[in-house]
Design a protein around this ligand. Structure first.
Ligand code: ADP
Length: 235
């Protein structure tokens, strides 16, 4: 009976996953379809709006791409296909990748991204996946902040390196803070910020860090800001 129960459970989880994933994909697809229909109905020949509609279609395809990337990542991870290729890397290389990838996005929103200059610390990690961890947390910090700065800090403590990423953003209320690492979970009241997000970013972060035998922590105060932190094994 236990066996049947657990099988039911797995198929329920699978069904829910497919339902959630389809729902996320539906919104940009409907939106693209709508813009294309409007263009075909005559807007194509209206120079006042045609470029604008194409830009909107382009943005929605980017959104689709982001959601798909997250879906592919999470299904690889959850099917046990997460193959970590750990190597000794310089933390500075990871930090400069992050700096190059996100400083423009932060600046565009009027936010400052502060990345420390550390001494040559080595970490033992899977490069691509740990970059995803940083990326997902920093993308959120940018997305859920309107002012202030995003500060990355790196502290060497015994055999580990403590990483913390803080923002002065909208914060997360206590009642839901335990849920933010669940797949597809998003805080209800930040609906306007949802565009382009899958609700999978932090679930992916959690899985990748677990693959490195680490966990992710969060401290947050509503309307004040959040700090996400984790430990990396020193190389
Ligand atoms: P999403 O793709 O929606 O950002 P995530 O899994 O990355 O999904 O995050 C889950 C939810 O946690 C977000 O929808 C948001 O409500 C909340 N959240 C994550 N990071 C932050 C942050 N830095 N500040 C405020 N809220 C956050």
């Amino acid at each position: 009976e236990k066996y049947i129960n657990s099988k039911d459970n797995i198929s329920q989880i699978r069904t829910k996953f497919v339902a959630n994933a389809s729902h996320e994909l539906k919104t940009p697809i409907f939106s693209i379809k709508g813009f294309v229909e409007t263009l075909l109905d005559g807007a194509l020949n209206d120079p006042k709006v045609n470029t604008d509609f194409l830009k909107k279609i382009y943005n929605q395809t980017e959104r689709l791409e982001n959601i798909l990337t997250d879906l592919i990542d999470i299904s690889k991870i959850e099917s046990g296909d997460l193959k970590l290729n750990k190597k000794y890397l310089s933390i500075n290389d990871i930090l400069s990748f992050i700096d190059n990838s996100y400083k423009h996005l932060a600046k565009k929103k009027g936010l400052k991204l502060e990345i420390p200059d550390t001494k040559d610390l080595k970490v033992y990690v899977d490069k691509e996946h740990i970059e995803t961890v940083f990326s997902n947390i920093i993308k959120n910090a940018i997305n859920y902040s309107d002012t202030g700065k995003i500060v990355v800090s790196v502290k060497e403590i015994n055999n580990s390196i403590n990483i913390a990423i803080s923002d002065n953003g909208i914060g997360i209320k206590n009642a839901v803070i335990d849920k933010i690492f669940q797949r597809f979970f998003r805080v209800d009241d930040d609906r306007p910020r949802k565009t382009g997000r899958s609700g999978l970013g932090l679930a992916i972060v959690k899985h990748i860090l677990e693959g490195h035998n680490q966990q992710v922590n969060v401290r947050s105060t509503k309307d004040v800001g959040s700090t996400f932190s984790f430990i990396l094994e020193k190389g």
